[in-house]
Design a protein around this ligand. Structure first.
Ligand code: KG4
Ligand code: ZN
Length: 343
């Protein structure tokens, strides 16, 4: 089952070809819209749409060429139809529908979160259902029990900011370029993670997350100073912030492992690229006799491989992609994972 997929839900323009039956990645291209958005310190939807429009045709052609395949070798064309930025989703899915129509292939709409949830399988053949997923990205922060393809239970989600968003906002306060996650990780290397005591959320017994208090604490710390932060002070704050986030994620994951008895903890999303976060999750899993995995970095951040794989896997399991199906599929800027569960 060879699937050609497009992902344009936010600020990555991506295309890929994946054989979902053999779990082989046949081609993969990603354009990360850093230069478009970094001057503004955040993603500007109109600029994202324009960059998708400009980049997609050449990127899609390069992806097919990289796969060494012809359209006659492709079984289906997929695209992310949600959740995400409305116009960005419309551009990618309309492009993919047009390809499907022109090549006579079926169009498969795909849920972005389901892509993140299933991708760990692609690179870790040892991983078996069920497993506990911690999805930590710029738009999402949730703990999900992945019982099988198309069967998910969300155990906890963020009540305010997503964790990547919190990294980005704290980075902005420290004068770092957007997206600030990698820059905070870099800066934290020269800082002391115990230098600054930052608050943990009060909802301790729940599996939901909250990062607004942590962000506000950093903002107040920076605002209440009489002189601008020195470089060593910035590094200490970055290291302390990163350590606090890692501890919160580790603690909630440990609680979820205990509650569910899951044998495997999997992390996905851009923040799963962070080494301190990975270390905290490895520790949490080990304490509960569970294994920890995260996809390679290129598959943690947004990509089209995960879209091709999730769409293909659903198709192989005989699950409808979404209602309405095929070319009639609509974009859904909000599309909770639970809504992908077949009736
Ligand atoms: O999964 P992703 O590429 O896009 C979304 O679906 O949001 O995640 C992007 C987020 C950004 O907020 C970025 O700052 C964060 O992931 N991120 C990191 C790291 N790399 C990316 N956060 C912390 N440490 C990193 N190394
Ligand atoms: Zn994502």
């Amino acid at each position: 089952m060879r699937v050609f997929a497009i992902e344009t839900s936010c600020d990555e323009t991506a295309a890929a070809v994946v054989d979902a039956s053999t779990r082989a990645i046949l081609a993969q291209q990603v354009y990360t819209q850093l230069k478009e958005h970094s001057p503004y310190g955040g993603v500007i939807p109109e600029l994202a749409s324009r960059a998708h429009l400009q980049r997609l045709p050449a990127l899609a052609a390069a992806t097919l060429q990289q796969s060494g395949l012809a359209w006659t070798d492709i079984d289906a064309v997929a695209a992310t139809t949600g959740p995400g930025l409305t116009t960005a989703l419309l551009i990618g899915s309309t492009f993919a529908k047009t390809l499907a129509l022109a090549t006579g292939r079926p169009f498969l709409p795909a849920n972005h979160i389901e892509g993140h949830a299933l991708t760990p399988h692609l690179t870790n053949p040892e991983l078996s259902f069920p497993y506990l997923l911690l999805l930590v990205s710029g738009g999402h922060c949730q703990l999900v029990m992945v019982e099988n393809v198309g069967r998910y239970t969300t155990l906890g989600r963020t009540l305010d900011d997503a964790v990547g968003e919190c990294f980005d906002k704290v980075g902005k306060l420290l004068g770092l370029p957007h997206p600030a996650g990698p820059a905070i990780e870099q800066l934290a290397k020269s800082g002391n993670p115990t230098a600054v005591t930052l608050p943990h959320p009060k909802n301790d017994a729940s599996l939901d997350f909250s990062f607004a208090g942590l962000k506000t604490a950093v903002r107040d710390l920076v605002a209440n100073r009489k002189h601008p932060l020195t470089e060593p002070e910035k590094a200490d704050l970055a290291a302390s912030f990163q350590a606090t986030v890692a501890a919160i994620l580790g603690k909630k994951s440990a609680m979820a492992l205990k509650q569910t008895g899951a044998r495997h903890l999997v992390a996905a999303g851009g923040v799963a690229a962070n080494a301190a976060v990975r270390a905290a999750l490895t520790h949490a899993a080990a304490a509960h006799g569970a294994a920890f995995t995260a996809p390679p970095l290129s598959l943690c951040t947004d990509n089209a491989v995960m879209i091709a794989y999730a769409a293909g896997l659903r198709h192989l399991h005989g699950l409808p992609a979404a209602a309405p199906e095929g070319l009639a599929a609509r974009v859904r800027p909000r599309w909770p994972l639970e809504d992908t569960i077949p009736a």
